[in-house]
Design a protein around this ligand. Structure first.
Ligand SMILES: [Zn+2]
Ligand SMILES: [Zn+2]
Length: 318
C-alpha cells in the first residue's frame, strides 16, 4: 500500500510502498477514504512531541471504509486506552496513563490502508461526504471539548481561525454565543472568513476587541497569546489552550489572572466527546470548509498549514 512516511523528525515525509497492515483480534482493516491534516501532525513532524513511533504514518482525522463489511467509520486521535488506570476508571480516558494516539504512537491515515481498534472508531452519519467529514474528527472534536471547557462564556474569543475555529464558531453561534475572531496581523482574508461564519468582530491577535470577552480559546500555538487573551477577558473568564504544544508563555503580572480568571489546557478527547459532537454537528448544521489534495501532496499540505495559507481545513485523499 502507498503511504507517506515520517522516518525522522524534521525531515519531509517520504512516499513509500508498505506491506498491508494486518489486523489483530479486535482491530479492523480500514481503507482510508479521506484524512484531514492537523496542526498536531506538524508538531510531530517538527519533533515537538516526544517519542513518536518511527517510522510513522501521520494522520488522525480519518474517514475510512471497513474492508470486511464496507461500513464507513471515523477514526480520531484517541486510538487506545488501558481502561484500568485511575483516569480511565473515572471517565477521563483522555488522560489515560498508557493511551496510544493515532498518527503518533499508532500508524495513522496518510496511507491507503490502516488498522484500528474497533472500540475507538466512530459511526459516521450519512449527511457528510468523506472529505467533508474528515475535519470533524479532530478539528471538530477537540474544538468541541475546548468549547465545553470554556464554560458558558457568552462573548467568546477564538485565537487562530483555522480548521478547528471555523467549526467551533458554528457550534458556538448555534448555542447563542457571540464570536470575536483573532488572526495573524494583516490576515484580512481569514478575518473575512470569520465574519462569514458569524464572528461579529475580527481583528489581529494583538488588537483589543470592542468589548471584554467572557472566554477565549487559543488554537494558535503561540504562548504570548495567553497574556494577550487574559488582558481582554472579563472577570471570571477562562482562557482555554486547545493545542497539544505551545511556545513558552511569557511571564505576566498577577493582576491579569486576578478576579478568578483561569488558564487551562485541553488534552485529547474521550469517546464520549466524539459521540456527542458527531451527533450535534448535523443538527447545527456544522459545515466544514475543505480543500482536498492527493495523498502525495502531504508535504505541501503541511507547509501550507504552517504558513497559515488555508481557508478551513485541508484533507488528503489517497
Ligand atoms: Zn488533531
Ligand atoms: Zn487508562
Amino acid at each position: 500500500m502507498r503511504a507517506m512516511v515520517l522516518e525522522a523528525p524534521r525531515t519531509p515525509l517520504r512516499e513509500a510502498d508498505l506491506p498491508e497492515p494486518e489486523p489483530r483480534p479486535g482491530q479492523l482493516l480500514i481503507r482510508v477514504l479521506a484524512c484531514g491534516v492537523c496542526r498536531t501532525d506538524l508538531h510531530v513532524l517538527d519533533g515537538e512531541l516526544p517519542d513518536p513511533k518511527l517510522p510513522l504514518v501521520l494522520g488522525h482525522q480519518i474517514v475510512g471504509e471497513v474492508v470486511e463489511d464496507g461500513r464507513r467509520v471515523g477514526v480520531p486521535w484517541l486510538g487506545w486506552t488501558d481502561g484500568e488506570c485511575r483516569y480511565c476508571r473515572n471517565g477521563r480516558e483522555n488522560l489515560c496513563d498508557r493511551a496510544l494516539f493515532t498518527g503518533y504512537q499508532l500508524d495513522g491515515g496518510y496511507a491507503e490502508l490502516m488498522v484500528v481498534d474497533e472500540r475507538y472508531c466512530h459511526e459516521l452519519q450519512a449527511g457528510y461526504g468523506d472529505v467533508e467529514a474528515a475535519p470533524l474528527l479532530c478539528a471538530g472534536l477537540i474544538g468541541y471539548r475546548a468549547l465545553r471547557l470554556a464554560g458558558n462564556a457568552e462573548r467568546l474569543g477564538l485565537y487562530g481561525f483555522g480548521s478547528s475555529a471555523h467549526l467551533v464558531a458554528q457550534v458556538a453561534r448555534f448555542e447563542g454565543r457571540r464570536i470575536f475572531a483573532f488572526t495573524r496581523p494583516g490576515d484580512e482574508e481569514t478575518q473575512a472568513f470569520a465574519r462569514e461564519l458569524g464572528a461579529e468582530w475580527a481583528g489581529a491577535a494583538d488588537e483589543a476587541p470592542p468589548e471584554e470577552l467572557d472566554g477565549a480559546i487559543l488554537f494558535a500555538p503561540a504562548g504570548e497569546l495567553v497574556p494577550a487573551a487574559l488582558r481582554v477577558l472579563a472577570k471570571g473568564g477562562t482562557v482555554v489552550c486547545a493545542g497539544i504544544h505551545m511556545s513558552d508563555i511569557p511571564s505576566f503580572p498577577y493582576e491579569l489572572l486576578w478576579e478568578e480568571r483561569c488558564v487551562r489546557s485541553v488534552a485529547n478527547l474521550t469517546r464520549q466527546d466524539g459521540a456527542e459532537f458527531l451527533a450535534l454537528a448535523p443538527k447545527v448544521p456544522v459545515r466544514t470548509y475543505v480543500e482536498s489534495l492527493p495523498l502525495a501532496a502531504a508535504n505541501d499540505a503541511l507547509e501550507r498549514l504552517r504558513s497559515g495559507r488555508v481557508r478551513g481545513s485541508l484533507v488528503l485523499v489517497p
